[in-house]
Ligand binder design. Structure first.
Ligand SMILES: *Cc1c(COP(=O)(O)O)cnc(C)c1O
Length: 411
């Protein structure tokens, strides 16, 4: 008798990572409990020095979350009402939220269809005399075109704040770590990021001594010395327990990144072997220059060292594919279904949907698959086989993006 066998594959399983490091992590937790230094202190100081060395940046400042890191960057530059900040429309909400929360105007630009990252030429066109910062996002762990953005920003003397929340360790093609290149870098230690804490945590980085002093004051109510408040700040401090846990994990980050890249290579190879996709970055267009999606469009294709916080494919029938995976016990997620220009909380800005064809296409087609380091090849094969099984029931590929009726000409 042949038994129908299907293996559940979760999108992420953090228990596996904890159990491989349980001994060291438990010792670190007890060390903090015994010290009764709960906020900042020697664990956070040590983490900051270790991350400065890892990232190749002069100053690293442990903070309460990636969201607060971005907010602190806005506060450090006194960005407020009447100011504009250029951001991609396709990212996690915090990239836009930090701008709106200080009363400034988010200026949204479209992204590149291969890297899903901010389009430098669109940034150039969006600059006005009111532009006070540019926030490129290194989405899913792949570097944005940071050199092009730095060059455009330098022409106009505008600071660049890197949202590297998903990209701790990502390197440019010539080996620089993202978050060490712009004027300020922002990172997140949210548990699903590649370096995850046991709760919320984040990091701000800078090579400027002046910004370092200012950001450290902002982290603690703008206070210097105690109870004398020089500037506006808040409670943006990192807990000692997070510092201690992150210090145990940091030495393993390189091997986790390598495992994620290995998993990504396996997926990409298996999708090509199954006849479902072509090389990463390969794009076909129809006679109207609209993107034609293969059954599965592989991510990547840029010459950086991608850390694959997410492995995000594109499919013209994404929602049905996701339902099929779910029925087979395979986790997946849509990052992100709604770009900022379509968010209800930004309706007063009156963004024009037709200005963002690539982001609209991504919102309709992206699907992130399990990619965490502890997955084995058998599980990756199961994911690809389940997708192949679904594709056999679908109309022939390549097909138009379901958003294409509205999105117009792409290139
Ligand atoms: C996770 C994330 C943030 C926010 O980080 P938190 O630590 O969750 O506050 C900001 N930007 C991007 C792109 C993110 O993925």
């Amino acid at each position: 008798m042949i038994l129908e066998f299907s293996m559940p594959v979760p999108l992420l399983d953090l228990k596996l990572q904890y159990h491989t490091l349980k001994h060291e992590i438990d010792a670190a937790l007890i060390r903090v409990a015994e010290s009764q230094v709960s906020i900042l202190g020697p664990e956070v100081d040590a983490l900051e020095r270790e991350l400065e060395a890892y990232l190749g940046v002069k100053h690293a400042i442990g903070v309460s979350s990636g969201t607060d890191a971005l907010l602190m960057a806005m506060m450090a530059y006194n960005i407020g009402p009447g100011d504009e900040v250029i951001i991609p429309t396709f990212s996690f909400f915090a990239t836009a939220g930090c701008v709106a929360r200080v009363g400034a105007t988010p200026v949204l630009v479209d992204v590149d269809h291969v890297s899903y990252n901010i389009d430098p030429e669109a940034v150039r066109k969006a600059i006005t005399p009111r532009t006070k910062a540019i926030i490129p996002v290194h989405l899913f762990g792949q570097a944005a075109d940071i050199d092009a953005i730095m060059a455009i920003a330098a022409e106009h003397n505008i600071p660049v704040i890197e949202d590297a929340a998903q990209a701790i360790g990502t390197q440019t093609a010539d080996g620089r770590r993202v978050g060490s290149i712009g004027h300020i870098g922002c990172f997140s230690f949210y548990p699903t990021k590649n370096l995850g804490a046991f709760g919320d945590g984040g990091l701000v980085t800078t090579n400027s001594d002046e910004l370092n002093v200012r950001l450290r004051q902002i982290r603690n109510h703008g206070m210097e010395p105690r109870y004398y408040h020089k500037i506006m700040g808040g409670n943006f401090r990192l807990d000692a327990i997070q510092g201690a846990v992150l210090r145990v994990k940091l030495p393993h980050l390189a091997s986790w990144h390598a495992a994620r890249r290995r998993n990504a290579d396996i997926y990409t190879r298996l999708f090509i072997e199954a006849g479902l996709s072509q090389a990463p970055g390969h794009t076909q267009f129809d006679e109207h220059n609209r993107i034609l999606l293969p059954a599965v469009m592989n991510p990547g294709g840029a010459p950086d060292v991608h850390i694959f916080n997410q492995y995000t494919i594109r499919s013209a029938h994404r929602d049905a594919l996701r339902a099929h995976l779910q029925a087979a016990g395979i986790g997946s997620e849509v990052y992100y279904p709604v770009p900022f220009h379509r968010q209800e909380c930004f309706t007063q800005h009156g963004f024009n949907d037709a200005d963002y064809p690539v982001s609209n296409c991504l919102a309709a087609t992206v699907l992130s698959l399990p990619i965490f380091p502890e997955l084995n090849e058998e599980q990756l094969r199961e994911v690809v086989a389940t997708i192949a099984e679904f594709e056999r029931t679908q109309a022939a590929s390549p097909s138009e993006c379901p958003d294409c009726a509205e999105c117009g000409t792409l290139v």
